[in-house]
Design a protein around this ligand. Structure first.
Ligand SMILES: NC(=O)C1=CN([C@@H]2O[C@H](COP(=O)(O)OP(=O)(O)OC[C@H]3O[C@@H](n4cnc5c(N)ncnc54)[C@H](OP(=O)(O)O)[C@@H]3O)[C@@H](O)[C@H]2O)C=CC1
Ligand SMILES: CC(=O)C(=O)O
Ligand SMILES: [Mg+2]
Length: 558
Protein backbone atom coordinates (compact mmCIF):
# COMPACT_ATOMS: atom_id res chain seq x y z
CA UNK A 1 0.00 0.00 0.00
CA UNK A 2 1.24 3.49 -0.62
CA UNK A 3 2.36 5.59 2.30
CA UNK A 4 0.52 8.83 1.52
CA UNK A 5 -0.74 10.21 4.82
CA UNK A 6 -4.51 10.18 4.70
CA UNK A 7 -4.58 13.77 5.93
CA UNK A 8 -2.62 15.12 2.99
CA UNK A 9 -5.84 16.31 1.44
CA UNK A 10 -6.86 18.43 4.39
CA UNK A 11 -3.37 19.92 4.53
CA UNK A 12 -3.33 21.06 0.94
CA UNK A 13 -5.99 23.62 1.73
CA UNK A 14 -5.35 26.45 4.11
CA UNK A 15 -8.57 26.04 6.08
CA UNK A 16 -10.73 29.12 6.01
CA UNK A 17 -11.48 28.48 9.65
CA UNK A 18 -8.23 27.89 11.58
CA UNK A 19 -10.18 26.03 14.24
CA UNK A 20 -10.43 23.13 11.79
CA UNK A 21 -6.83 22.15 12.42
CA UNK A 22 -7.34 22.31 16.19
CA UNK A 23 -10.30 19.98 15.98
CA UNK A 24 -8.53 17.38 13.85
CA UNK A 25 -6.99 14.91 16.36
CA UNK A 26 -4.40 13.77 13.82
CA UNK A 27 -3.10 17.31 13.20
CA UNK A 28 -3.75 19.09 16.46
CA UNK A 29 -0.73 19.92 18.63
CA UNK A 30 -2.58 21.93 21.28
CA UNK A 31 -0.25 24.27 23.10
CA UNK A 32 2.73 22.81 21.21
CA UNK A 33 2.01 24.72 18.00
CA UNK A 34 5.11 26.87 17.44
CA UNK A 35 4.97 30.63 16.99
CA UNK A 36 5.70 30.17 13.28
CA UNK A 37 2.82 27.68 12.96
CA UNK A 38 0.52 29.99 14.88
CA UNK A 39 1.47 32.80 12.43
CA UNK A 40 1.09 30.63 9.35
CA UNK A 41 -2.09 28.82 10.33
CA UNK A 42 -3.86 31.76 11.95
CA UNK A 43 -3.94 30.22 15.40
CA UNK A 44 -3.10 33.31 17.46
CA UNK A 45 -5.83 34.06 19.92
CA UNK A 46 -7.15 30.49 19.77
CA UNK A 47 -4.39 29.15 22.03
CA UNK A 48 -2.96 30.34 25.33
CA UNK A 49 0.37 32.14 25.08
CA UNK A 50 2.75 29.45 26.34
CA UNK A 51 4.35 27.24 23.71
CA UNK A 52 4.81 23.73 25.14
CA UNK A 53 6.92 20.82 24.06
CA UNK A 54 5.38 17.37 23.74
CA UNK A 55 7.30 16.23 26.80
CA UNK A 56 5.92 19.18 28.79
CA UNK A 57 2.43 18.23 27.61
CA UNK A 58 3.00 14.61 28.69
CA UNK A 59 4.03 15.75 32.16
CA UNK A 60 0.96 17.96 32.46
CA UNK A 61 -1.44 15.26 31.23
CA UNK A 62 -0.11 12.47 33.42
CA UNK A 63 -0.37 14.73 36.48
CA UNK A 64 -3.99 15.55 35.64
CA UNK A 65 -4.78 11.88 34.98
CA UNK A 66 -3.34 10.81 38.33
CA UNK A 67 -5.59 13.28 40.12
CA UNK A 68 -8.73 11.41 39.02
CA UNK A 69 -9.91 8.96 41.63
CA UNK A 70 -11.39 6.11 39.55
CA UNK A 71 -10.05 4.11 36.60
CA UNK A 72 -13.24 4.91 34.68
CA UNK A 73 -12.67 8.67 35.04
CA UNK A 74 -9.09 8.17 33.88
CA UNK A 75 -10.35 6.17 30.89
CA UNK A 76 -12.76 8.95 29.92
CA UNK A 77 -9.95 11.50 30.21
CA UNK A 78 -7.69 9.40 27.96
CA UNK A 79 -10.41 8.86 25.37
CA UNK A 80 -11.01 12.59 25.29
CA UNK A 81 -7.31 13.16 24.70
CA UNK A 82 -7.32 10.54 21.94
CA UNK A 83 -10.18 12.35 20.24
CA UNK A 84 -8.56 15.78 20.49
CA UNK A 85 -4.80 15.19 20.14
CA UNK A 86 -3.92 11.70 18.97
CA UNK A 87 -0.17 12.26 18.77
CA UNK A 88 -0.04 13.32 22.41
CA UNK A 89 -2.28 10.40 23.40
CA UNK A 90 0.18 7.91 21.88
CA UNK A 91 3.24 9.72 23.22
CA UNK A 92 1.71 9.58 26.70
CA UNK A 93 0.86 5.90 26.28
CA UNK A 94 4.36 5.03 25.07
CA UNK A 95 5.97 6.80 28.01
CA UNK A 96 3.61 5.43 30.69
CA UNK A 97 2.48 2.16 29.13
CA UNK A 98 2.52 0.00 32.25
CA UNK A 99 0.35 2.53 34.09
CA UNK A 100 -2.03 3.29 31.22
CA UNK A 101 -2.49 -0.14 29.63
CA UNK A 102 -4.98 -1.28 32.32
CA UNK A 103 -6.99 1.88 31.55
CA UNK A 104 -7.15 1.86 27.75
CA UNK A 105 -7.46 -1.94 27.79
CA UNK A 106 -8.62 -4.62 30.20
CA UNK A 107 -9.88 -4.30 32.90
CA UNK A 108 -11.11 -0.69 32.59
CA UNK A 109 -12.20 -0.97 28.96
CA UNK A 110 -14.77 -3.51 30.18
CA UNK A 111 -16.45 -0.94 32.41
CA UNK A 112 -16.11 1.57 29.58
CA UNK A 113 -18.13 -0.72 27.29
CA UNK A 114 -20.81 -1.22 29.92
CA UNK A 115 -21.01 2.57 30.42
CA UNK A 116 -20.23 3.53 26.80
CA UNK A 117 -23.41 5.55 26.31
CA UNK A 118 -22.71 7.64 29.43
CA UNK A 119 -19.47 9.02 28.05
CA UNK A 120 -20.23 9.02 24.32
CA UNK A 121 -19.07 12.41 23.03
CA UNK A 122 -17.46 12.31 19.60
CA UNK A 123 -17.60 9.92 16.68
CA UNK A 124 -14.68 7.51 16.26
CA UNK A 125 -14.67 4.70 13.74
CA UNK A 126 -17.81 3.36 12.10
CA UNK A 127 -21.16 2.33 13.52
CA UNK A 128 -22.83 0.20 10.86
CA UNK A 129 -26.28 -0.63 12.10
CA UNK A 130 -28.61 -3.23 10.67
CA UNK A 131 -31.16 -0.69 9.33
CA UNK A 132 -28.37 0.45 6.95
CA UNK A 133 -28.37 -2.94 5.20
CA UNK A 134 -28.18 -2.67 1.45
CA UNK A 135 -26.27 0.63 1.74
CA UNK A 136 -22.96 -0.43 3.29
CA UNK A 137 -21.00 -0.33 0.04
CA UNK A 138 -22.08 3.23 -0.66
CA UNK A 139 -21.54 4.36 2.93
CA UNK A 140 -17.98 3.04 2.95
CA UNK A 141 -17.31 4.54 -0.47
CA UNK A 142 -18.51 7.97 0.61
CA UNK A 143 -16.67 8.24 3.92
CA UNK A 144 -13.24 9.89 3.93
CA UNK A 145 -11.26 6.94 5.32
CA UNK A 146 -8.82 6.59 2.47
CA UNK A 147 -5.94 4.27 3.32
CA UNK A 148 -7.23 1.90 5.97
CA UNK A 149 -4.86 -0.99 6.66
CA UNK A 150 -6.18 -2.54 9.87
CA UNK A 151 -9.82 -2.93 10.85
CA UNK A 152 -11.02 -4.33 14.15
CA UNK A 153 -14.70 -5.23 14.13
CA UNK A 154 -17.13 -6.48 16.75
CA UNK A 155 -20.88 -6.92 17.03
CA UNK A 156 -20.63 -6.39 20.79
CA UNK A 157 -22.21 -9.70 21.79
CA UNK A 158 -19.40 -11.18 23.95
CA UNK A 159 -17.50 -8.26 25.39
CA UNK A 160 -14.69 -9.74 27.49
CA UNK A 161 -16.54 -11.89 30.02
CA UNK A 162 -19.24 -9.24 30.36
CA UNK A 163 -21.64 -10.58 27.77
CA UNK A 164 -23.79 -8.57 25.35
CA UNK A 165 -23.04 -4.86 25.46
CA UNK A 166 -24.58 -3.97 22.09
CA UNK A 167 -23.17 -0.74 20.64
CA UNK A 168 -21.16 -0.23 23.83
CA UNK A 169 -18.89 -2.96 22.53
CA UNK A 170 -17.26 -0.27 20.36
CA UNK A 171 -14.88 0.36 23.27
CA UNK A 172 -13.13 -2.90 22.41
CA UNK A 173 -12.12 -2.21 18.77
CA UNK A 174 -11.09 1.31 19.81
CA UNK A 175 -8.89 -0.15 22.56
CA UNK A 176 -7.43 -2.93 20.39
CA UNK A 177 -6.52 -0.51 17.61
CA UNK A 178 -4.94 1.87 20.11
CA UNK A 179 -2.64 -1.02 20.95
CA UNK A 180 -1.94 -1.71 17.28
CA UNK A 181 -0.56 1.82 17.16
CA UNK A 182 1.12 1.84 20.55
CA UNK A 183 2.74 -1.59 20.32
CA UNK A 184 3.09 -2.24 16.59
CA UNK A 185 3.47 1.32 15.34
CA UNK A 186 0.54 1.20 12.92
CA UNK A 187 -0.31 4.75 11.80
CA UNK A 188 -3.55 5.62 13.63
CA UNK A 189 -4.85 7.27 10.47
CA UNK A 190 -4.79 3.82 8.87
CA UNK A 191 -6.74 1.99 11.54
CA UNK A 192 -10.52 1.76 11.71
CA UNK A 193 -12.67 0.48 14.60
CA UNK A 194 -16.06 -0.83 13.47
CA UNK A 195 -19.17 -1.74 15.43
CA UNK A 196 -21.69 -3.84 13.54
CA UNK A 197 -24.86 -2.90 15.39
CA UNK A 198 -27.10 -5.89 14.88
CA UNK A 199 -29.08 -5.12 18.03
CA UNK A 200 -28.71 -6.33 21.59
CA UNK A 201 -30.43 -8.87 23.80
CA UNK A 202 -29.25 -7.00 26.88
CA UNK A 203 -32.54 -5.86 28.40
CA UNK A 204 -30.90 -3.20 30.57
CA UNK A 205 -29.41 -1.57 27.47
CA UNK A 206 -32.70 -1.74 25.56
CA UNK A 207 -34.50 -0.04 28.43
CA UNK A 208 -31.85 2.58 29.13
CA UNK A 209 -32.89 5.94 27.65
CA UNK A 210 -29.19 6.86 27.35
CA UNK A 211 -28.35 3.84 25.16
CA UNK A 212 -26.83 5.05 21.86
CA UNK A 213 -27.26 1.81 19.89
CA UNK A 214 -30.03 0.43 17.70
CA UNK A 215 -32.87 -0.50 20.08
CA UNK A 216 -33.78 -3.85 18.75
CA UNK A 217 -33.33 -7.49 19.69
CA UNK A 218 -30.39 -9.12 17.96
CA UNK A 219 -30.78 -10.07 14.33
CA UNK A 220 -29.88 -13.74 13.91
CA UNK A 221 -29.64 -16.51 11.35
CA UNK A 222 -29.68 -15.86 7.62
CA UNK A 223 -30.37 -12.12 8.03
CA UNK A 224 -27.32 -11.75 10.26
CA UNK A 225 -25.14 -13.76 7.87
CA UNK A 226 -26.27 -11.69 4.89
CA UNK A 227 -25.47 -8.45 6.73
CA UNK A 228 -21.97 -9.69 7.58
CA UNK A 229 -21.45 -10.82 3.98
CA UNK A 230 -22.47 -7.40 2.71
CA UNK A 231 -20.07 -5.82 5.18
CA UNK A 232 -17.11 -8.00 4.14
CA UNK A 233 -17.75 -7.40 0.44
CA UNK A 234 -17.91 -3.66 1.05
CA UNK A 235 -14.64 -3.76 3.02
CA UNK A 236 -12.89 -5.75 0.30
CA UNK A 237 -14.02 -3.32 -2.34
CA UNK A 238 -13.17 -0.17 -0.40
CA UNK A 239 -9.88 -1.27 1.20
CA UNK A 240 -8.55 -4.27 -0.73
CA UNK A 241 -5.85 -6.09 1.22
CA UNK A 242 -6.76 -4.52 4.57
CA UNK A 243 -6.42 -6.79 7.61
CA UNK A 244 -9.74 -7.61 9.28
CA UNK A 245 -9.62 -8.63 12.95
CA UNK A 246 -12.80 -10.21 14.35
CA UNK A 247 -13.15 -9.43 18.03
CA UNK A 248 -15.52 -10.38 20.82
CA UNK A 249 -18.21 -12.08 18.78
CA UNK A 250 -20.19 -14.68 20.70
CA UNK A 251 -18.75 -18.19 20.39
CA UNK A 252 -20.86 -19.70 17.57
CA UNK A 253 -20.59 -16.58 15.38
CA UNK A 254 -16.88 -16.24 16.16
CA UNK A 255 -16.18 -19.75 14.91
CA UNK A 256 -18.48 -19.53 11.88
CA UNK A 257 -17.16 -16.16 10.69
CA UNK A 258 -13.56 -17.26 11.01
CA UNK A 259 -14.11 -20.35 8.92
CA UNK A 260 -16.17 -18.45 6.34
CA UNK A 261 -13.71 -15.61 5.80
CA UNK A 262 -10.22 -16.81 6.72
CA UNK A 263 -9.46 -17.83 3.13
CA UNK A 264 -11.17 -14.89 1.49
CA UNK A 265 -9.18 -12.01 2.95
CA UNK A 266 -6.37 -11.38 5.44
CA UNK A 267 -8.46 -12.02 8.50
CA UNK A 268 -8.25 -13.65 11.91
CA UNK A 269 -10.25 -14.03 15.09
CA UNK A 270 -8.28 -12.63 17.98
CA UNK A 271 -10.23 -14.46 20.69
CA UNK A 272 -9.73 -17.84 19.02
CA UNK A 273 -6.33 -17.54 17.37
CA UNK A 274 -4.60 -14.65 19.13
CA UNK A 275 -5.55 -16.11 22.50
CA UNK A 276 -4.41 -19.58 21.45
CA UNK A 277 -0.96 -18.30 20.52
CA UNK A 278 -0.73 -16.33 23.75
CA UNK A 279 -1.71 -19.32 25.88
CA UNK A 280 0.65 -21.63 24.00
CA UNK A 281 3.50 -19.15 24.51
CA UNK A 282 2.71 -19.00 28.23
CA UNK A 283 2.69 -22.79 28.46
CA UNK A 284 5.99 -23.08 26.57
CA UNK A 285 7.59 -20.56 28.93
CA UNK A 286 6.09 -22.20 32.01
CA UNK A 287 7.19 -25.64 30.83
CA UNK A 288 10.82 -24.53 30.87
CA UNK A 289 10.37 -22.78 34.18
CA UNK A 290 8.81 -25.85 35.77
CA UNK A 291 11.38 -28.16 34.19
CA UNK A 292 8.76 -30.48 32.67
CA UNK A 293 8.09 -31.91 29.22
CA UNK A 294 4.60 -30.95 28.16
CA UNK A 295 4.09 -34.02 26.02
CA UNK A 296 4.24 -36.18 29.14
CA UNK A 297 1.58 -34.22 30.98
CA UNK A 298 -2.12 -33.39 30.91
CA UNK A 299 -3.62 -29.96 30.28
CA UNK A 300 -7.08 -29.02 31.49
CA UNK A 301 -9.12 -26.31 29.75
CA UNK A 302 -11.95 -24.90 31.84
CA UNK A 303 -14.50 -23.10 29.64
CA UNK A 304 -14.30 -24.68 26.20
CA UNK A 305 -15.84 -21.94 24.06
CA UNK A 306 -14.20 -19.87 21.33
CA UNK A 307 -11.00 -19.17 23.24
CA UNK A 308 -10.75 -22.58 24.94
CA UNK A 309 -11.26 -24.53 21.71
CA UNK A 310 -8.78 -22.27 19.90
CA UNK A 311 -6.19 -23.04 22.55
CA UNK A 312 -6.92 -26.77 22.27
CA UNK A 313 -6.43 -26.74 18.52
CA UNK A 314 -3.04 -24.98 18.66
CA UNK A 315 -1.91 -27.20 21.54
CA UNK A 316 -2.72 -30.37 19.62
CA UNK A 317 -0.63 -29.03 16.72
CA UNK A 318 2.29 -28.33 19.07
CA UNK A 319 2.13 -31.81 20.59
CA UNK A 320 1.94 -33.41 17.14
CA UNK A 321 4.98 -31.38 16.11
CA UNK A 322 6.78 -33.01 19.04
CA UNK A 323 6.07 -36.45 17.63
CA UNK A 324 2.80 -37.46 19.28
CA UNK A 325 0.11 -39.03 17.11
CA UNK A 326 -3.09 -37.03 16.66
CA UNK A 327 -4.94 -39.23 19.14
CA UNK A 328 -2.12 -39.12 21.67
CA UNK A 329 -1.98 -35.33 21.39
CA UNK A 330 -5.75 -35.05 21.86
CA UNK A 331 -5.46 -37.41 24.77
CA UNK A 332 -3.26 -34.94 26.66
CA UNK A 333 -6.06 -32.40 26.78
CA UNK A 334 -9.18 -32.39 28.94
CA UNK A 335 -12.00 -29.89 28.58
CA UNK A 336 -14.48 -29.03 31.30
CA UNK A 337 -17.40 -26.81 30.30
CA UNK A 338 -20.76 -25.91 31.80
CA UNK A 339 -21.87 -29.58 31.89
CA UNK A 340 -18.65 -30.96 33.30
CA UNK A 341 -15.94 -32.98 31.58
CA UNK A 342 -16.56 -33.03 27.84
CA UNK A 343 -17.20 -36.61 26.74
CA UNK A 344 -17.87 -37.88 23.23
CA UNK A 345 -21.53 -38.64 22.62
CA UNK A 346 -22.54 -37.20 26.00
CA UNK A 347 -22.15 -33.44 26.21
CA UNK A 348 -20.24 -32.05 23.21
CA UNK A 349 -21.97 -28.70 22.85
CA UNK A 350 -20.10 -27.09 19.92
CA UNK A 351 -18.04 -28.59 17.08
CA UNK A 352 -14.72 -27.29 18.46
CA UNK A 353 -15.17 -29.37 21.60
CA UNK A 354 -15.06 -32.63 19.61
CA UNK A 355 -11.27 -32.34 19.41
CA UNK A 356 -10.87 -32.61 23.18
CA UNK A 357 -13.87 -34.76 24.07
CA UNK A 358 -12.74 -37.80 26.03
CA UNK A 359 -13.23 -40.90 23.88
CA UNK A 360 -16.25 -43.12 24.36
CA UNK A 361 -14.03 -45.95 25.51
CA UNK A 362 -13.09 -43.88 28.53
CA UNK A 363 -16.62 -42.63 29.13
CA UNK A 364 -17.94 -45.60 31.06
CA UNK A 365 -15.29 -45.19 33.72
CA UNK A 366 -15.70 -41.42 33.89
CA UNK A 367 -19.47 -41.70 34.03
CA UNK A 368 -19.51 -44.27 36.82
CA UNK A 369 -21.13 -41.75 39.15
CA UNK A 370 -23.91 -41.18 36.62
CA UNK A 371 -22.90 -37.75 35.35
CA UNK A 372 -19.88 -36.10 33.80
CA UNK A 373 -17.35 -35.15 36.47
CA UNK A 374 -16.87 -31.52 37.36
CA UNK A 375 -13.68 -29.48 37.57
CA UNK A 376 -12.29 -30.76 40.83
CA UNK A 377 -13.06 -34.41 40.13
CA UNK A 378 -11.37 -34.09 36.74
CA UNK A 379 -8.28 -32.56 38.35
CA UNK A 380 -8.14 -35.33 40.91
CA UNK A 381 -8.38 -38.05 38.29
CA UNK A 382 -6.36 -36.57 35.40
CA UNK A 383 -3.77 -34.76 37.56
CA UNK A 384 -3.09 -32.06 34.96
CA UNK A 385 0.11 -30.03 35.11
CA UNK A 386 -1.63 -27.07 33.47
CA UNK A 387 -5.04 -25.51 34.24
CA UNK A 388 -6.37 -22.79 31.93
CA UNK A 389 -9.52 -20.77 32.54
CA UNK A 390 -11.49 -19.22 29.67
CA UNK A 391 -14.94 -19.55 31.21
CA UNK A 392 -15.68 -16.01 32.37
CA UNK A 393 -16.69 -17.54 35.74
CA UNK A 394 -15.37 -15.47 38.61
CA UNK A 395 -13.86 -17.54 41.40
CA UNK A 396 -14.18 -20.91 39.64
CA UNK A 397 -10.58 -21.71 40.62
CA UNK A 398 -11.32 -21.76 44.34
CA UNK A 399 -9.14 -23.06 47.15
CA UNK A 400 -9.94 -26.78 46.69
CA UNK A 401 -9.24 -26.51 42.95
CA UNK A 402 -5.89 -24.80 43.43
CA UNK A 403 -4.90 -27.14 46.25
CA UNK A 404 -5.80 -30.14 44.07
CA UNK A 405 -3.55 -28.78 41.32
CA UNK A 406 -0.73 -28.22 43.79
CA UNK A 407 -1.08 -31.67 45.30
CA UNK A 408 0.25 -33.48 42.24
CA UNK A 409 2.82 -31.03 40.89
CA UNK A 410 5.66 -29.15 42.47
CA UNK A 411 5.07 -26.22 40.11
CA UNK A 412 1.48 -26.33 38.86
CA UNK A 413 0.81 -23.98 35.94
CA UNK A 414 -2.42 -22.06 36.56
CA UNK A 415 -3.70 -19.54 34.02
CA UNK A 416 -7.05 -17.87 34.85
CA UNK A 417 -7.33 -15.98 31.56
CA UNK A 418 -10.87 -14.59 31.70
CA UNK A 419 -11.34 -10.84 31.56
CA UNK A 420 -11.89 -8.44 33.15
CA UNK A 421 -10.74 -9.11 36.73
CA UNK A 422 -14.36 -9.38 37.86
CA UNK A 423 -14.75 -12.42 35.56
CA UNK A 424 -11.39 -14.04 36.28
CA UNK A 425 -11.43 -17.62 37.55
CA UNK A 426 -9.06 -16.57 40.38
CA UNK A 427 -6.90 -13.74 41.57
CA UNK A 428 -3.16 -14.19 41.44
CA UNK A 429 -2.90 -13.55 45.16
CA UNK A 430 -5.30 -16.37 45.99
CA UNK A 431 -3.58 -18.83 43.65
CA UNK A 432 -0.23 -17.95 45.21
CA UNK A 433 -1.55 -18.38 48.72
CA UNK A 434 -3.43 -21.63 48.08
CA UNK A 435 -0.49 -23.20 46.25
CA UNK A 436 1.91 -22.14 49.01
CA UNK A 437 3.69 -19.92 46.49
CA UNK A 438 4.50 -22.81 44.15
CA UNK A 439 2.16 -22.12 41.24
CA UNK A 440 3.35 -20.51 38.03
CA UNK A 441 0.60 -17.98 37.33
CA UNK A 442 -0.67 -15.94 34.40
CA UNK A 443 -3.85 -13.86 34.46
CA UNK A 444 -5.80 -12.31 31.56
CA UNK A 445 -6.01 -8.88 33.16
CA UNK A 446 -3.29 -7.30 35.28
CA UNK A 447 -3.29 -9.36 38.43
CA UNK A 448 -4.47 -8.16 41.78
CA UNK A 449 -2.72 -9.47 44.84
CA UNK A 450 0.10 -11.25 43.03
CA UNK A 451 3.70 -10.16 43.14
CA UNK A 452 5.61 -8.76 40.17
CA UNK A 453 6.28 -12.23 38.78
CA UNK A 454 2.66 -12.79 37.78
CA UNK A 455 2.41 -12.42 34.03
CA UNK A 456 -0.47 -10.85 32.17
CA UNK A 457 -1.27 -13.59 29.68
CA UNK A 458 -3.30 -11.61 27.21
CA UNK A 459 -3.54 -11.59 23.44
CA UNK A 460 -2.07 -8.06 23.39
CA UNK A 461 1.23 -9.98 23.35
CA UNK A 462 0.28 -11.45 19.97
CA UNK A 463 -2.24 -9.53 17.85
CA UNK A 464 -0.23 -6.31 17.24
CA UNK A 465 2.71 -8.35 15.94
CA UNK A 466 0.46 -10.53 13.79
CA UNK A 467 -0.95 -7.41 12.15
CA UNK A 468 2.43 -5.76 11.72
CA UNK A 469 3.95 -8.90 10.23
CA UNK A 470 1.01 -9.35 7.87
CA UNK A 471 1.29 -5.78 6.62
CA UNK A 472 5.06 -5.85 6.21
CA UNK A 473 5.04 -9.18 4.38
CA UNK A 474 1.93 -8.34 2.35
CA UNK A 475 0.38 -11.62 3.47
CA UNK A 476 -2.88 -12.32 1.71
CA UNK A 477 -3.95 -14.81 4.41
CA UNK A 478 -3.33 -15.19 8.13
CA UNK A 479 -2.43 -18.82 8.66
CA UNK A 480 -2.38 -21.21 11.64
CA UNK A 481 1.38 -21.59 11.19
CA UNK A 482 1.75 -17.87 11.85
CA UNK A 483 0.14 -18.27 15.26
CA UNK A 484 2.22 -21.34 16.10
CA UNK A 485 5.45 -19.54 15.19
CA UNK A 486 4.33 -16.34 16.94
CA UNK A 487 3.82 -18.36 20.13
CA UNK A 488 7.33 -19.77 19.93
CA UNK A 489 8.77 -16.34 19.21
CA UNK A 490 6.98 -14.86 22.22
CA UNK A 491 8.07 -17.72 24.48
CA UNK A 492 11.68 -17.21 23.36
CA UNK A 493 11.62 -13.77 24.95
CA UNK A 494 11.28 -15.13 28.48
CA UNK A 495 14.07 -13.81 30.64
CA UNK A 496 16.17 -16.55 32.22
CA UNK A 497 16.79 -14.23 35.16
CA UNK A 498 15.24 -16.50 37.77
CA UNK A 499 11.84 -14.83 38.03
CA UNK A 500 8.55 -16.59 37.34
CA UNK A 501 7.63 -14.05 34.65
CA UNK A 502 6.49 -15.86 31.50
CA UNK A 503 6.61 -12.87 29.15
CA UNK A 504 8.54 -9.59 29.11
CA UNK A 505 6.82 -6.78 31.04
CA UNK A 506 4.28 -4.61 29.25
CA UNK A 507 6.82 -1.79 28.87
CA UNK A 508 8.45 -4.00 26.24
CA UNK A 509 5.34 -4.64 24.15
CA UNK A 510 6.78 -2.74 21.18
CA UNK A 511 9.81 -5.06 21.08
CA UNK A 512 7.48 -8.04 21.53
CA UNK A 513 5.43 -6.90 18.52
CA UNK A 514 8.60 -6.66 16.41
CA UNK A 515 9.61 -10.20 17.36
CA UNK A 516 6.17 -11.61 16.64
CA UNK A 517 6.01 -9.67 13.36
CA UNK A 518 9.34 -11.12 12.27
CA UNK A 519 8.08 -14.67 12.88
CA UNK A 520 4.97 -13.88 10.80
CA UNK A 521 7.07 -12.49 7.94
CA UNK A 522 9.17 -15.65 7.91
CA UNK A 523 6.08 -17.86 7.69
CA UNK A 524 4.69 -15.63 4.92
CA UNK A 525 7.97 -16.05 3.06
CA UNK A 526 8.08 -19.83 3.58
CA UNK A 527 4.42 -20.67 3.01
CA UNK A 528 2.96 -17.82 0.95
CA UNK A 529 5.91 -16.86 -1.21
CA UNK A 530 6.37 -13.38 0.31
CA UNK A 531 9.59 -11.75 -0.86
CA UNK A 532 11.83 -10.21 1.80
CA UNK A 533 13.24 -6.77 1.04
CA UNK A 534 16.94 -6.60 0.13
CA UNK A 535 17.86 -5.39 3.61
CA UNK A 536 15.79 -8.04 5.41
CA UNK A 537 12.49 -8.26 7.27
CA UNK A 538 13.83 -6.64 10.46
CA UNK A 539 14.58 -3.38 8.64
CA UNK A 540 11.25 -3.48 6.85
CA UNK A 541 9.50 -3.86 10.21
CA UNK A 542 11.46 -0.99 11.75
CA UNK A 543 10.76 1.26 8.74
CA UNK A 544 7.04 0.72 9.02
CA UNK A 545 6.71 2.18 12.50
CA UNK A 546 4.68 5.32 12.97
CA UNK A 547 6.06 7.24 15.94
CA UNK A 548 4.06 9.66 18.08
CA UNK A 549 5.88 12.88 17.17
CA UNK A 550 4.27 16.06 15.93
CA UNK A 551 4.37 16.66 12.21
CA UNK A 552 6.84 19.33 11.22
CA UNK A 553 5.44 19.89 7.74
CA UNK A 554 2.50 22.12 8.62
CA UNK A 555 4.41 25.25 7.56
CA UNK A 556 5.03 24.03 4.03
CA UNK A 557 1.35 23.73 3.28
CA UNK A 558 0.19 25.85 0.37
N1 LIG B 1 -6.55 -13.45 28.29
C1 LIG B 1 -6.90 -13.31 27.03
O1 LIG B 1 -6.11 -12.90 26.19
C2 LIG B 1 -8.28 -13.66 26.59
C3 LIG B 1 -9.27 -13.96 27.49
N2 LIG B 1 -10.52 -14.28 27.05
C4 LIG B 1 -11.56 -14.47 28.06
O2 LIG B 1 -12.06 -15.77 28.00
C5 LIG B 1 -13.42 -15.76 28.38
C6 LIG B 1 -14.21 -16.59 27.41
O3 LIG B 1 -14.13 -16.05 26.11
P1 LIG B 1 -14.69 -16.88 24.86
O4 LIG B 1 -14.10 -18.22 24.82
O5 LIG B 1 -14.56 -16.03 23.67
O6 LIG B 1 -16.24 -16.98 25.27
P2 LIG B 1 -17.22 -18.17 24.99
O7 LIG B 1 -18.55 -17.72 25.47
O8 LIG B 1 -17.08 -18.64 23.60
O9 LIG B 1 -16.68 -19.36 25.94
C7 LIG B 1 -16.92 -19.46 27.32
C8 LIG B 1 -17.15 -20.91 27.62
O10 LIG B 1 -17.25 -21.09 29.03
C9 LIG B 1 -18.42 -21.90 29.25
N3 LIG B 1 -18.96 -21.73 30.59
C10 LIG B 1 -19.90 -20.86 31.01
N4 LIG B 1 -20.18 -21.08 32.31
C11 LIG B 1 -19.39 -22.10 32.71
C12 LIG B 1 -19.23 -22.78 33.94
N5 LIG B 1 -19.91 -22.44 35.02
N6 LIG B 1 -18.35 -23.81 33.98
C13 LIG B 1 -17.64 -24.14 32.90
N7 LIG B 1 -17.75 -23.53 31.70
C14 LIG B 1 -18.61 -22.52 31.62
C15 LIG B 1 -19.38 -21.44 28.19
O11 LIG B 1 -20.46 -22.31 28.04
P3 LIG B 1 -21.85 -21.71 27.47
O12 LIG B 1 -21.59 -21.36 26.05
O13 LIG B 1 -22.80 -22.84 27.65
O14 LIG B 1 -22.17 -20.51 28.30
C16 LIG B 1 -18.46 -21.40 26.98
O15 LIG B 1 -18.29 -22.67 26.42
C17 LIG B 1 -13.85 -14.30 28.47
O16 LIG B 1 -13.90 -13.91 29.83
C18 LIG B 1 -12.74 -13.56 27.78
O17 LIG B 1 -12.51 -12.29 28.34
C19 LIG B 1 -10.83 -14.38 25.72
C20 LIG B 1 -9.88 -14.07 24.79
C21 LIG B 1 -8.54 -13.64 25.17
C1 LIG C 1 -8.39 -10.11 25.70
C2 LIG C 1 -9.56 -10.40 24.90
O1 LIG C 1 -9.51 -10.35 23.69
C3 LIG C 1 -10.78 -10.78 25.55
O2 LIG C 1 -10.81 -10.94 26.76
O3 LIG C 1 -11.78 -10.93 24.84
MG1 LIG D 1 -11.43 -10.28 22.79
Amino acid sequence: MDQTPMHEASLTKNPADPRAILSDPLLNKGTAFTQAERDRLGLHGLLPSHVSTISGQIDRRIAVLRAFSTPFEKYAFLRDLQDTNETLFYALLAQHRAELLPLVYTPTVGEACVRFSEIYRRPRGLFLSYPLKGRLRQILADLPFEDVEVICVTDGERILGLGDQGAGGMGIPIGKLSLYTDCAGIDPARTLPILLDTGTDNQARLENPLYVGWRNRRVRGADYDAFIEEFVEAVQERWPGALLQWEDFAGPNAVALLSRYRDRLPSFNDDIQGTAATALAAILSAERLAGINLSQHKILLFGAGAAGCGIASLLVGELEARGLSHDAARGCIYGVDRDGLIIEGVNVAIPGQALIARPEAEAAEWLASGKAPGLIETIERAQPAVLIGTSGQFGAFDEPVVRAMAQHHERPIILPLSNPGTRSEATAGDVQAWSDGRAIIGTGSPSEGGDGAVTQVNNVYIFPGIGLGALVSGATRITEAMFAEAAKALASLRSEGGSDALFPPSEQLADVANTVALSVCKVAERDLGATPPADGWENAIARRRWVPAYRDDLLSVE
